[in-house]
Design a protein around this ligand. Structure first.
Ligand code: NOJ
Length: 556
């Protein structure tokens, strides 16, 4: 199944060489959810060629790197997070040559490329799982409980709903923390370690600049696979250490990978990174994943999950900065991704809040992850018909958001939008991007789009927003340009300045950032000259009026 390159090519040199201070410490990284980004061949599914054609757009937007979600050979039981061959590109998305071309083009443009790696589980179509002998050594099979083994080995629930165990024809059970088509690997087996190191080297040789590690907190299970003894496990994820999540044993794996990444990078004069998708109950436990000898970054879901309230935002920012500082790592910020409700909708259905939250995020020290379409202010799509749904959680009755992803600001969620968007599932944030035109598929590709796009997205397309200074797209462009121009904004110090209730004020090298989280104007002595604002700010007689739900960057 592994594909060969038609014309093998040397690994492209990433822009910027040497270990240096770390390009990733303040990088803005754009998540490309490949199947929904751009379609080149008209099958309605985004692909690698489509993504490559749109790289100049990302360069122009001003990001430093792209993260591509899985495009590997997969039956697509979970949007490609069920990998059948880690070294092959699924024909839906193109060929290995297309991946190679994309990486080269990105590098030519000065963009780095991060790819996903999925080590907690494979597809049930993976050759290892297909071979009964191999499967028993490399996955987690157990006898069932009950008189004839008819009960699952323990009480663990799948993140997508239902038991985390499926019984085989032979009568034993295998563990799948996600869908039954995603059996969990046995990381006690050294062959599993060796295989993943080889997979990493394969993609590094093709030139990638790093890996986003899926379920980085899941590979090691507590000895004996003990019961949790508690229902509603979805609520416990990220709230406490569980026998299957955030076990201390995962850190040895991350340390080994860091040695591999550093060794590989040092030999080639480049820095390659690992970013953990890890759910840990506290900022301190999350920081363990980014100790100097572990991964470089970890997604900060505590920030993503914070309600739109000044005190809550301030305390999550402080906790995040303190925790990462204690291990010498920069903080990583994120507001949206393919597993959670888009932040325009999550923050009370308010584009004003979403724009303000983004400007706040981009003013914070550290690295930031953007999810495709947030730069257009896209809302969650909340009226998808059941027949187009693809999220496996929808079919298993789980609530993927809140389990795969965090909970949401339910108090301010608009009517009809439950904690997880339409109804807790993840298709609504994965609707293909609108690029141009007045009608679906809005330039997404020459055919249709695998999920229907709303009829009223004509004003949200890239083409419609380009050049309009009031648009969200131009706000992102301006913020990213300023971020590049202001020395030290990414990785420099930050301190809080005095501010009225409901308002945050923080100083960074070269700017002061104010955030008014209240729904109405707040006046305060103008702290400087407005550089950029998410909503029109006025300054009269040295008094600034901060619009409700706004963020402003001030030159000081
Ligand atoms: C996290 C990924 O982001 C999500 O989309 C996926 O369903 C799970 N991990 C399982 O791989």
């Amino acid at each position: 199944m592994t594909q060969e390159l038609t014309s093998p090519s040397p690994a492209p040199q990433a822009p910027g060489t040497g270990r240096g201070p770390g390009w990733w410490r303040d990088a803005v990284i754009y998540q490309v959810y490949v199947r929904s980004f751009a379609d080149s061949d008209g099958d309605g599914i985004g692909d690698l060629r489509g993504a490559r054609e749109r790289l100049p757009y990302l360069k122009d937007l001003g990001v430093d790197a792209v993260w591509l979600t899985p495009f590997y050979a997969s039956p697509q039981a979970d949007g490609g997070y069920d990998v059948a061959d880690y070294r092959a590109v699924d024909p839906l998305f193109g060929t290995l040559q297309d991946a190679d071309d994309l990486i080269r083009t990105a590098h030519d443009l000065g963009l780095r490329v991060i790819v996903d790696i999925v080590p907690n589980h494979t597809s049930d179509r993976h050759p290892w799982f297909q071979d009964p002998e191999l499967a028993r050594q490399r996955y987690l099979f157990r006898p069932g409980k009950g008189e004839s083994g008819e009960l699952p080995p323990n009480d663990w629930e799948s993140v997508f709903g239902g038991p985390a165990w499926t019984r085989t024809d032979r009568g034993d059970w295998y563990l799948h923390l996600f869908a039954p088509e995603q059996p969990d690997l046995n990381w006690d087996n050294p062959e599993v370690h060796a295989e993943f190191e080889a997979i990493m080297r394969f993609w590094l040789d093709l030139g990638v600049d790093g890996f986003r590690v899926d379920v980085a907190h899941g590979m090691i299970k507590a000895p004996g696979l003990p019961d949790i003894g508690h229902g509603a496990q979805a609520q416990l994820i990220g709230a406490q250490v569980l026998p299957f999540f955030d076990q201390d044993g995962v850190h040895a794996i991350h340390r080994a990978w860091r040695r591999l990444l550093d060794g590989y990078g040092d030999a080639r004069g480049k820095q390659v990174i690992g970013v953990a998708e890890a759910w840990a109950p506290t900022a301190e436990r999350l920081a363990l994943y980014v100790r100097p000898d572990e991964l470089h970054q970890a997604f900060n879901f505590q920030f993503l999950n914070a309600p739109w309230q000044s005190d809550a935002l301030r305390s999550v920012i402080d906790a995040s900065l303190a925790a990462t500082a204690s291990v010498g790592a920069p903080t990583t910020w994120v507001l949206s991704n393919h597993d959670v409700v888009r932040h325009t909708t999550r923050l009370g259905g308010s584009l004003a809040r979403a724009r303000a939250a983004t400007l706040l995020m981009l003013a914070l020290p550290g690295s930031a992850y953007l999810y495709q379409g947030e730069e257009l202010g896209l809302p969650e799509v909340t009226d998808l018909p059941d027949e187009v749904r693809q999220d496996p959680a929808f079919f298993r009755g789980g609530r993927a958001t809140g389990a795969v992803g965090p909970g949401t600001d339910t108090e301010s969620a608009p009517d009809g939008v439950a904690a997880g968007g339409q109804d807790g599932f993840r298709d609504g944030c994965r609707v293909p991007l609108p690029w141009s035109g007045e009608l679906p598929p809005y330039g997404f590709g020459p055919g249709g789009s695998w999920l229907p796009q709303p009829a009223d997205w004509g004003g949200l397309t890239v083409a419609a927003q380009t050049g309009d200074p009031a648009s969200t797209l131009e706000l992102y462009r301006a913020a990213l340009e300023l971020r590049r121009r202001l020395p030290g904004l990414g990785d420099g110090p930050m301190s809080w300045a005095p501010a009225p209730d409901g308002v945050l004020a923080l100083t960074r090298p070269g700017l002061l950032c104010t955030v008014n989280t209240l729904g109405h104007d707040v006046g305060l002595p103008a702290p400087g000259t407005p550089l950029l604002s998410s909503a029109p700010v006025t300054v009269d007689d040295a008094t600034a009026q901060l619009p409700g739900d706004s963020c402003t960057w001030w030159a000081i």
